[in-house]
Design a protein around this ligand. Structure first.
Ligand code: COA
Length: 167
């Protein structure tokens, strides 16, 4: 099925989809206000979406990305992520960042597109969500920060670096 990816007004952001990636509606609503939203549609139906927020440092942060459960594992998420990476690379952004759990398929999903781990935010999911979050029956505690640098330096092999802890 042909996939159409485009930017949509944040007022039209598919909240039900975005909540699959971030269970806090209050958080999603708060960052949507200053984000850009991108949606993937098949035959006029939105099947995937993400939100990207500018950072004070000049980078951009992918705040959430999700695909409708019936359409997951069919390549839509990868197509949307690649599209957004390309969009921000061409727009001159310095880098695209994302925060995710420390385990699970999502880590491979981002690293396949070149994202690299830059930091660990310890107990992020404890401090920022009222309820415990579980994935595959394992409680999420820490957030890994990943970054895709468009300058190219981060892709060069370098000696081992210490990853800063935030706690
Ligand atoms: C993460 C997500 C956006 C990926 O979109 P997608 O359309 O399913 O991804 P793709 O079809 O492009 O597949 C990418 C890889 O992820 C894997 N994958 C996707 N969903 C998976 C699942 N539920 N369990 C295990 N692996 C999964 C695919 O098998 C594929 O790996 P492969 O190439 O080794 O086969 C989507 O699965 C999703 O909405 N998940 C729930 C919300 C979420 O966790 N968002 C990310 C927050 S950090």
């Amino acid at each position: 099925m042909p996939l159409l990816i485009r930017e949509v007004p944040t007022e039209d952001a598919p909240l039900d989809l975005l909540l699959l990636a971030d269970p806090s509606e209050a958080k999603v609503r708060s960052y949507l206000a200053q984000s850009r939203c991108f949606a993937a549609s098949e035959n006029g139906t939105v099947v995937g979406a993400c939100a990207v927020q500018p950072l004070d440092s000049g980078g951009q942060e992918l705040m959430c990305i999700a695909v409708h459960p019936d359409r997951q594992k069919t390549g839509i998420g990868t197509a949307l992520l690649k599209w957004v990476v390309d969009f921000y690379r061409k727009s001159g952004a310095g880098r695209l960042e994302v925060g995710t759990g420390t385990f699970g398929y999502q880590l491979a999903f981002y690293q396949r597109q070149g994202f690299r781990v830059t930091a660990i935010d310890r107990d992020f999911f404890i401090h920022n969500y009222p309820e415990p979050i579980f994935e595959d029956g394992i409680q999420l505690f820490d957030m890994l920060r990943l970054s895709l640098d468009f300058g190219g330096e981060s892709h060069k092999p370098s000696r081992a670096q210490k990853i800063p802890f935030r706690s």
